[in-house]
Design a protein around this ligand. Structure first.
Ligand code: PRP
Ligand code: URA
Length: 209
């Protein structure tokens, strides 16, 4: 089973409270989502492999560490995942970015894929799939299905708020995928919204409601 981790650093908890507040407007919501994603990038990249290299400081020759292993791609699930991309890129600026467009049908809650554009070498990359919300898990599962069917093997899922139902569904469907969230919430309501949650992440990011 992949790792499940709540990244509950005090700065992240504080910022998550800011965006949960229904009075938080689009500008601040967008800024703080990116700030949380940047802080999370620090933790989700913790197991990146290092190798020794020889360098010369102004004083002496020395052996030091440098990143090695797989290159990274960040894969936002449209729309709301877009809100986390710039924050992640602050810490991992050389990452490529692939897009998966998916929305939940409001009645059935089933995800519907409408767009996929990925770097050609995703099979060789460490992928960070980002989406603020893990609710039923349907969108994340289908996005990861789409990546695996195109050859992806190293996938981590990063969200801001997760419901227990979504975590279980994603772990059952993709036990090899590590899941990171900033907040672990209580349950889903009858409309498939996370409680207490933060509402519709896409609408709050883009001001569409
Ligand atoms: C939201 C969210 C996730 C999905 C989570 O997207 O950003 O992608 O719902 O729900 P699930 O775990 O039950 O699948 P939405 O369908 O509202 O699309 P949008 O980002 O375009 O607004
Ligand atoms: N999608 C959202 O944007 N919010 C939820 O609470 C659930 C799904």
């Amino acid at each position: 089973m992949g790792k499940f981790q709540v990244i509950d650093h005090p700065l992240i908890q504080h910022k998550l409270t800011i965006i949960r507040d229904k009075n938080c407007g689009t500008k601040v919501f967008r800024e703080v989502v990116n700030e949380i994603a940047e802080l999370m990038a620090f933790e989700v990249s913790r197991d990146m492999p290092l190798e020794d290299i020889e360098i010369e400081t102004p004083i002496t020759k020395t052996t030091q560490k440098t990143l090695t292993g797989k290159k990274v791609a960040i894969i936002p699930i449209l729309r709301a995942g877009l809100g986390m991309v710039d924050g992640m890129l602050e810490l991992i600026p050389a990452a490529k970015v692939g897009h998966i467009g998916m929305y939940r049908d409001h009645d059935s809650l089933q995800p519907i894929e409408y767009f996929v554009k990925l770097p050609s070498d995703i099979a060789e990359r460490q992928l960070f799939v980002v989406d603020p919300m893990l609710a039923t898990g349907g969108s994340a599962i289908m996005a990861i299905d789409a990546l695996k069917s195109r050859g992806a093997t190293a996938i981590k899922f990063v969200c801001l708020v997760a419901a227990p139902e979504g975590i279980k569904a994603l772990q059952d469907a993709h036990p090899d995928v590590d899941i990171y969230t900033a907040g672990l919430d209580d349950h889903l309501n009858e409309n498939g919204y996370i409680v207490p949650g933060l509402g519709d992440a896409g609408d709050r990011l883009f001001g569409t409601k």
